[in-house]
Design a protein around this ligand. Structure first.
Ligand code: DHB
Length: 301
């Protein structure tokens, strides 16, 4: 592994990572994303046992992104280990994991720890029975601590935006020992077919991603960065250099791209080049020279 996965310390050469959920179920799609210029990749969320996911339709396009209710379909950790061993990229491989209990998370994490650079805990899936784990601050601490104390691999915790105080939740992840927080997962939403008057998704509600959630993600990364010291990885509606730079100005050390990959697999390269151009124009050598700069500025002096 040529790159440090300690975001912000040594830093990524390329801060644009693939987000969980898109092109992340096989080694060949992950390898393709790396060849297309990603600075790191996050797999689809993996559970202990295989899951077939929710009844369809599970995804629909909206006027400003996507809505999905996939239900975490995945082959289960045993089969997925074969995919992890076939990863060929020279960039960090982040495995997203999902479970129902702290001990599920611990078991999966122990299974994969030797094959991956980072474990990203998906505490924020909107499409499972039992509710979103990260909506309860006490659970965030407990789940995070269980994984952090059982593996040596860095642990990132992905948070849900479906809460009123995201900073307070992020603080629990930090206190639980997380190495970084990833924000935000999808926002709960719904679309209805006006001819049939039926909700479009089989699950009725789902997670909204893409352009619609970008300003919300920027605000939440800003609030989290104010509250905690560990790195924040920004995700939500990033689809060009401007939206990526906005996320860095709000406090993100690295960014993840999901929905926009469905239009353009070269997006990682394009955004990375755009960030570099911005840095040349402003005479910055490192992302940390402008990261979180929006915290210091306001139009009303
Ligand atoms: C799914 C998981 C997520 O974390 C999300 O934001 C959206 C969908 C899923 O597989 O259901």
């Amino acid at each position: 592994m040529s790159l440090s996965v300690k975001v912000g310390e040594v830093g990524f050469n390329n801060p644009c990572l693939l987000a969980a959920g898109v092109l992340g179920t096989t080694a060949s799609s992950l390898n393709r994303v790396v060849r297309s210029g990603a600075g790191g990749v996050v797999t689809k969320s993996i559970s202990l046992e295989s899951r077939s996911g929710n009844k369809g339709p599970v995804i629909s396009k909206t006027s400003c992104g996507w809505i999905n209710s996939m239900g975490l379909p995945n082959p289960g950790v045993d089969d997925f280990k074969d995919e992890l061993t076939q990863f060929e990229g020279d960039v960090p491989l982040v495995c997203s994991v999902f479970g129902e209990t702290p001990s599920d998370f611990k078991e999966i994490s122990k299974e994969i720890t030797d094959y991956v650079d980072v474990i990203e805990m998906n505490l924020s899936c909107p499409n499972v029975e039992g509710g979103i784990i990260s909506n309860n601050p006490e659970q965030v601490y407990r789940y995070t601590n269980e994984v952090v104390s059982s593996v040596d691999t860095p642990v990132w915790v992905k948070l849900s935006p479906n809460v009123s105080n995201i900073g307070e939740i992020a603080l629990e992840a930090e206190e639980g020992g997380a190495d970084a927080v990833v924000a935000i997962n999808t926002l709960k939403g719904m679309v209805i077919d006006i001819d049939t008057q039926i909700p479009v998704l089989g699950n009725r509600v789902g997670g909204v991603s893409g352009n619609a959630i970008h300003p919300i993600a920027v605000r939440m990364v800003y609030e989290i960065t104010k509250k905690i010291d560990i790195p924040v990885i920004g995700v939500g509606g990033i689809n060009n250099p401007k939206t990526a730079i906005e996320m860095i100005l709000s406090g993100a050390q690295a960014i993840q791209i999901g929905s926009a990959v469905t239009n353009n697999i070269n997006i990682f390269k394009e955004i990375n080049q755009g960030i570099k151009k911005y840095m040349q124009k402003k005479d910055y050598q490192k992302i940390n020279q402008f990261r979180a700069n929006a915290h210091k500025k306001t139009t009303n002096k």
